[in-house]
Every structure is written in C-alpha cells, then in structure tokens.
Design a protein around this ligand. Sequence first.
Ligand code: HEM
Length: 537
Amino acid sequence: MMWKIVKKSAQLPSSGHQLCFVRVFSVGGKVGQQTQLEIAGNLSARSDEKWTQAKTYGEMPGPSSLKMISYFMPGGALRNTNLIQMNRRMREMYGDIYRLPGLMGKPNVVFTYNPQDFETTYRHEGVWPIRIGLESFSYYRKVKRPDVFGGIGGLVSEQGKSWADIRNKVNPVLMKVQNVRQNLPQLDQIAKEFIDKLETLRNPETHTLQANFHEELKNWAFESISFVALNTRMGLLSDQPDPNAARLAKHMGEFFNYSFKYDVQPSIWPFYKTSGFKKFLETYDNITEITTNYIETAMQRFEIKDDRKTKSVLEQLLELNKQVAVVMVMDMLMAGIDTTSSACLTILYHLANNPSKQDQLRREILRILPDPKGSLTDDNTKNMPYLRACIKEGLRITSITPGNFRITTKDLVLSGYQVPAGTGVLMGVLELSNSDEYFAQSADFLPERWLKTGSTPDGVQACPEARSRNPFVYLPFGFGPRTCIGKRIAELEIETLLVRLLRSYKVSWLPETPMQYESTIILAPCGDIRFKLEPVD
Ligand code: HEM
C-alpha cells in the first residue's frame, strides 16, 4: 500500500500545502485505479466565482506535521488524550474548521463542525462515495486470501465501482425493512434468553449483577447478529455455547482491538509487516476459517427442503454469489457486535438516569406486551413511537460514531476555504448534536423532541421544536448511498432488547460517576458499568 501525490496545478495555495495526498490501494489494484480515476476525473481546475473567491487550502488554520507530532510528545497539548478529547482541544485551538497533515501514509484531513459543510460534502459525494479507513480488510482479503474471497474486499473497504457492485446487490437483502423484520421472532427469543440469563446472574436482594453487564451484552449482540448473518444459533447465552462460537467471539474481540491499532492509528504495516500485524492476520485467518465452516454447514441445511415461505438473509446472499455472501457475513459480524452492544448500553444508561422517561417508556411497553410471556410480533411492535424516540435521543447525546468521514471526490468550498478533491473530511456530528445551537436543552434526555405532534397513543406531549431542522446535525448511521447497511438490523435488535429488558426490570445506574467512554473504532463504554435491575411486577 502506498500514497500517491497528485499535484493540482489549478489551485495551488501559497503556503506549501498544495499537495493533495490520495491513497492508492496497491493491495487492491483495480479498486485503487477506479478511485483514482474517479478523483482524477474531477481534477480539471475549478474556476467558478465561489471557488476563486474562497481562501486557499493553505490558509486554513491547522498545525504543520512537526507541530502535530510535538502535540503528542510529553507535555504536549494532545498527550494522552482520546480521539474525542483530541478533537475538542484542536477545535478550541483552531476553530470550527481546521486541517491536519496526513502522518505515516494517512491523508490530509479537514475537520469541520459546520453543518453546511456536511451538506456540501454529502451532496457532492456522487454515487460512489469514498470512505477509507479499514485497509487491513483489503490487504487480508485481496493479497493474503484471494483463494477464499476471490478478489472481493467487502463493503467496508471497497471503493468506486467495486464497492457499488456489492452494495447494489446486497441493499435489497439488508436494507429492506420487511426482509430484516422476518428475523423478529428469533431476535425476540434471543432477547428472552438474555433476560433469563440476567435473572440467573442477578442478586435478588441487591438487584445487582454478579457478572460484567457489558460482556453479557456483547454476547447478546453476537448471538443476534450471527443468527441474522449465519442463520445459526451459537448458544452464547446458554451454559454450553458451541465451542467454535466461543472461539469466534474471542477472535472477534481481538479483531476489534487490532483493527483500531493497525487501521485507525498510524502504523508502518503497509511498509513493513510487524509481528503484531502478523498476529492480526492470524486472527483474520481464524475468523475466516470458523465463519466459512458455519456457512458450509448452513448451506447443507438449506439443501433440505422444508415448508418455509421466506428465505433467510444468508440464503438470499448465497443466491447472489457465494463470495459476496462470505464477505458480507464477515462484515456483518465485524461491524455488528461492538456497535450494537455499545449503542444499547448507552441508551440504557440514559434511561436509567432519567427515571420519569423510563416510566413513560414502560407504559408504552406494557401496552405492547401486557403479558411478559407474550411474543413480539410485526403487529404489536408497529406502534412504538416513544421507544424509537428514546433510541434516537440516546444516540443523539452519545453517538457511538462521533464523526463521519469522506474523501472528497470534487474540489469543494468548505466554510469559505478551498478543499481540493482527494482530501479527507471529518464531520464532527457528535459535537453538533450536543450543542444548544441545534438542539434546545441539548444536555437533557428529551425523547419528546423526536415525536410528531399527535403521534403518541399514551398522550405524551411532543416537542418537535426542540429538534434541529437541519437533518445533517444528527447522523448516527451516516448518510447517502454509503450509509450504514446494518441500520435496520441494529434498530430491530435494540428495540427488541429494550422492550424485553424494560418489561422485566426497572433499571438504575449505580456508579457515582457518569458512564465513561474510550474511543476505538467507535466510542465504546468502558470502566465501571453497573446497573440495578429491580423486577417489574
Ligand atoms: C447502533 C449500531 C450501529 C451504528 C451506530 C452504525 C454506524 C455506522 C456508520 C456511521 C457507518 C458509516 C456510514 C457512512 O459512511 O455514511 C456504518 C457503516 C457500516 N455499517 Fe454500521 N452501525 C451500526 C450497526 C451495524 C450493524 C449491526 C451492521 C451489520 C449488519 C453494520 C454494518 C455496517 C457496514 C457493512 C458498513 C459499511 C457500509 C458501506 O460502506 O457501504 N453496522 N455504520
């Protein structure tokens, strides 16, 4: 993998920042060329008035490479900060738009906190938006294991036409609400098993758990997404999980940590394969081996004719193309465990800290599920406006993906500065959705802001005026053709679990300090996570 320097003669700024770094995926030759062509197609000089009157890229505030490195040295302004703290300090120092030089092969990145810039970036992203990030995916799948993946990198890492070819195929399978909702009975069963397990771990006197709630929730997320993706029950919520499932869960946990280290943080692996990176490749191998075995077993099951009217997600993916199915299943497992469990934990935390909102939600849940032994169905889950509002509000206050990223494919003017095609743009959505400028009482958990007037059967007063009218300030699942493909699945899983959990327990937060987060690939809850779970009569 290498970086190619594309010199743009049209708009050279005066300060020496005229080189626009565009990543070339030498690991995925064809993809790289497509991406290059796509950007190169736009390299003819932009000469309209808006562009020529804008300040040059070099005039945009931001540190030089050397200054940036000094910030991370002992005593430096960004020493020991996580990504969120780092962005906040940089914003304090440089303002609402600033640029960071690309270090160790990463592209130059413009950080913006202006929703107009978000809109401009998305409106000009074209039909093949570029979001680079997890390049180890491409390397492993295309260079190390073409035997398994047949040259397909997967949604997360492909760009250009290769990305669109997969995305267009899998969109109807994964984004169509009805197709995803066919998993509701099994997801409901998994949520029930989760509650049964909590009950065995719960101290009936103190109502606290004798186990790590976060780990248990990750097992729930794993069990749920592997049912959707592999059409297989892993048994992770039982006393006797499938041994391969336990191995897969362990490797998935390692994968997430490795990916942060080698895909997000600056690393020399594109130039030199360190022993740590080789271990990462072993983890990839283990995940590939276990997942493909599960797929083979499921394929044998599918051959047996039965009277099912609908086809599972995996069957539909296999009908498209076996390699696409293998890649997509692995992407779903990799992207669908920590995200969903962190989001669920975050929403639960906000509900625990806002007992009156939790009570309000429980009134809705009791209407849906008067008998806790009853089942969740398409019919009784149709009308859950307060639950959906609580989920949105939880993800507004703490979006587990605090920023959205694109590589620009056209020259853009952002906040009055020229931003050449091929530059990274990081849009700080978390900051905006927590600002009083866009959401009244932004620090308060106010699900009512997401309700439509007259939409709540339980007589809750909607408060839509407390919500920003600008759709670009709240984007927890991204935006446009490249938006999260697991959004529907994640929402269904989270809704199902919250209904079951809050139907069974009144939840309160025990630690004296607020929930802590660490920023890895996402913003993940960490530290002391303890809830009190008191049974609901
Ligand atoms: C609450 C949970 C989740 C959140 C907040 C979330 C958020 C996101 C975001 C912000 C993006 C980038 C979108 C963009 O660039 O516009 C993304 C992409 C993606 N997500 Fe999710 N996600 C979640 C759950 C899931 C699940 C359950 C799956 C598995 C099916 C999944 C699979 C993916 C994939 C494959 C992509 C890449 C899509 C592409 O590039 O075409 N996500 N997600």
